[in-house]
Design a protein around this ligand. Structure first.
Ligand SMILES: [Ca+2]
Length: 98
């Protein structure tokens, strides 16, 4: 998984395709942005998928605030993409957990 993510991070087209797929899945109501409820579900699902600790409500809230660069309360794709890039980088290069 880590090696795969490193390859994805080096290939912008591949990365965009994956980020877009995660975004579309997270955007359950197809509103073209991710609201706090959708973001919560995404965080829980994604941490489980990558064997990371389940985030607390507080962690989810502060992460959402960080990702929501224009502070409009929702996460648009351009914001989301940078979140996915940071997440993949974290998992690929800094994940020392088993
Ligand atoms: Ca936003």
């Amino acid at each position: 998984m880590d090696a795969y993510l490193k390859i994805v991070l080096k290939d912008e087209n591949c990365f965009n395709a994956i980020a877009k797929a995660i975004f579309n899945k997270a955007d359950a109501d197809k509103s073209k942005f991710i609201d706090p409820q959708e973001f919560r579900k995404l965080m829980v699902d994604i941490t489980a998928e990558y064997n990371l600790p389940t985030p607390t409500d507080e962690e989810i809230r502060t992460t959402m605030e960080k990702v929501d660069l224009d502070k409009n309360g929702t996460i648009e794709y351009e914001e989301f993409k940078e979140f996915v890039r940071a997440l993949f980088t974290e998992v690929a290069y800094h994940n020392s957990k088993k």
